[in-house]
Design a protein around this ligand. Sequence first.
Ligand SMILES: Cc1cc2nc3c(=O)[nH]c(=O)nc-3n(C[C@H](O)[C@H](O)[C@H](O)COP(=O)(O)OP(=O)(O)OC[C@H]3O[C@@H](n4cnc5c(N)ncnc54)[C@H](O)[C@@H]3O)c2cc1C
Length: 473
Amino acid sequence: MLSPGFISLSPDLLDALGAVAGTENVISDPAGVETLSKDYYWYSPVLRERLESRKASAAVKVSSLDVLRDVVSLAAKAGVPITPRGAATGNYGQCIPLYGGLVVDLSGMDGIVSIEDGVVTAEPGARLAAIENAARPKGWELRCYPSTWVKASLGGFISGGSGGIGSITWGGLRDQGTIKQIKLLTIEESPRIVVLDEEKALEAYHAYGTNGFIVEIQLRLAPARRWDQIIVASRSWAALLDFTQAVADDDSIPKRLVSVLEDPIPSYFKPIKKFYPADHHLTFLEVDASKTADVKSRAEAAGLLVPHHIAHHEPRRAPMLSDYTWNHTTLWAIKADDQFTYLQSGFTDNFREQMAKLHERFPGEILFHLEFVKGSPRNATMKKAVCGSIPLVRYRSEERLREIIQFCTEIGVGTANPHTCYVDEAGRSNDFVRQKELKASVDPKGLLNPGKMKTHLTNPFLVPGSMPEFLFS
Ligand SMILES: Cc1cc2nc3c(=O)[nH]c(=O)nc-3n(C[C@H](O)[C@H](O)[C@H](O)COP(=O)(O)OP(=O)(O)OC[C@H]3O[C@@H](n4cnc5c(N)ncnc54)[C@H](O)[C@@H]3O)c2cc1C
């Protein structure tokens, strides 16, 4: 059964798309369309139930700006929904169309235009690992990247991601001028290019593909370093936290990763379990190789174990501790036990007390996975490193999930809600007024990923029942 508001593409439109993109690049068979309509939304049992039946009518793969322009022009003339897709590793159903129509797969538009003076210019489909691997021989590296860097696209990271490995030094993707420039293609019968520089570019950031096709990006890079990976273990949660926070706050230690994993989370990491003792809490660090000896001796002096150290290797190779951090931690946990889901939480300075309260209120339901990140200038009161968390939650029901989120709010823990597909319900501090103004100017008919920016008023496809509702709204 088709979902409410589903828009089918006409055979004429499919033919016209085939003429501009190549018939082999137009996908209309049900299995192919289903695959190209989905992402990692199934991390959330709430999204899984709401979005399972949602899919496109057809998909098209584009590999150049000229073809994209023609595709957008045809879709805009026909007035059908258009949903951009990168590598589809997003977790919130961002690239699942709510109204059928056309999915545009940009993974083939993956050129790295230049890497010069610490700035990479690339097309949206460029994979983050490809950018990192091209930048390092030139003395540069990405400031921050998601743990999905091998697959994830740059355009998808800008539109659907937030930060990751490197954020302990550089903050989120939106911080410290990391995004230098974004070029957008408008959704019009005669599509235009709009160039957004510096702060202005943030209007196109984290908008779930609703405000223009990102067709080129300039990112500032960091000077490349030699990163060692260190595992620190302890049976004492308090002692491990004290050591880890001190490392996170110490600016004299260049670092890329500071992750803390409450026991038994490490037992879910099958491929690397042999590197550390069972029944311990762990910290995973990536630090500049010149600081490894110092960090190890500090850990040992604090009575902690340092069971494994992986020396820098160029190019990087497995095992990589970052493959078990950020939202990969959640993936390993779900693989071990499919009752797990997760939250995305922002603790304050008294995070020890907040975590203790959560354990006490929801015994056995929450396991803490912490990611320390550089405090944002937007939160001037924060200390240097902020304790973020992607806690694992044993899923009982939507009501219980809501109870946990409400309790978090009561005790001052912020939530970027991963159990909604609407960008304006996800709890990030986007400037929606400016994002909506941008959307109105680049997508005047409201055709791009309609519905995902829920409070944007132009949605020509809206019919009763077409917008999934969430308990958290
Ligand atoms: C195991 C796992 C670990 C993860 N770890 C992290 C992490 O550490 N940090 C993090 O931030 N995220 C993380 N994520 C989420 C996701 O992997 C990243 O955000 C990733 O960068 C998304 O890139 P993508 O190419 O897969 O985007 P997609 O999922 O394809 O798209 C994401 C959004 O961007 C839109 N979009 C894509 N391309 C364009 C374009 N050219 N123009 C306009 N809109 C576009 C889509 O419509 C969609 O709304 C993780 C996910 C998983 C499954």
